[in-house]
Design a protein around this ligand. Structure first.
Ligand SMILES: [Zn+2]
Length: 265
């Protein structure tokens, strides 16, 4: 089995990766409310899971995941879609009925931490960094794209990918079908569907802190149900995400050296 964990690598092994111009994968997620049935670190667990598959496929090293995420206050429109009045001050998934708060970092601190981590990796001598992001907040995605633009210069190339891809086999959502199936495969201990009521009882977004795009004006309940998740679906999703991400990485990084060899096999 190929050695892929950054923290386990000896200096010589890291230097070899640099010589071969292999990427460092930096998984980023959040420590965030994911309803009653999922661990709060699901986003970073997901990002790390995809990073591991990519490193096995393309080479490179997986940096330990950063369980850091940022969020903003929801718009009135998004609140109404989830069944709220529209005038509440709700940050991300921190709904008033949740029993625990998420660890949402202020956007400027999030940006500083990730930028600093990226700078240190570049200073070490890595020229390819792939940020794999498991947390879907718009502000998080924007900051990561900005960091990639800022540091991509000369031989340094950075890429940020949101790993929960729109066409990955299950409709997207937060703590719903897709994330539950993925977690069943990547970290079974972080799922307990017994914490949710049995079907056919409906799961209302605001009561469980689950969100998906299935609702409309009068249907504020979960449509892509975590209780339908299976490890089989999770495995298919990860395969698909890995293939897609590998394609993005090849397209962004692949350069030929003087001998006509590509960076990636
Ligand atoms: Zn999530």
């Amino acid at each position: 089995m190929k050695k892929i964990r950054f923290e386990e690598m000896l200096p010589d092994e890291l230097l070899r990766l640099q010589k071969e111009n292999k990427p460092v994968y930096l998984p980023v997620g959040s420590m965030e409310w994911h309803s009653l049935h999922l661990g709060m670190g699901v986003d970073a667990i997901h990002a790390e899971g995809v990073a591991v598959k990519l490193a096995q496929k393309l080479g490179g090293a997986v940096f330990p995941p950063l369980y850091i995420g940022t969020e903003t206050i929801r718009t009135s429109e998004s609140l109404k879609r989830l069944g709220f009045q529209g005038n509440e001050a709700i940050r991300g998934m921190d709904f008033p009925d949740n029993s625990l708060k998420s660890c949402y970092w202020p956007p400027e601190i999030f940006e500083l931490i990730i930028s600093q981590q990226v700078e240190m990796l570049l200073d070490m001598g890595f020229h390819r960094i792939v940020i794999l992001n498991g947390h879907g907040a718009a502000v998080q995605k924007e900051i990561l794209q900005k960091i990639c633009r800022t540091y991509s210069e000369g031989e340094n190339k950075l890429l940020s990918i949101m790993v929960l891809l729109p066409d990955c086999g299950a409709p997207l959502g937060h703590a719903g079908l897709a994330e539950t199936a993925l977690t069943q495969v990547l970290r079974p201990d972080a799922v307990n569907l017994g914490m949710l009521p049995k079907k056919p009882e409906q799961l209302f977004y605001k009561n469980y802190g689950i969100a998906d795009a299935g609702g409309h004006e009068t249907e504020h309940f979960v449509h892509y149900d975590p209780r339908d998740a299976t490890a089989g679906l999770g495995r298919e999703m990860i395969l698909h995400e890995t293939e897609k991400c590998a394609g993005f990485i090849r397209a962004a990084f692949e350069v030929k050296d003087g001998k006509g060899n590509a960076d990636f096999e």
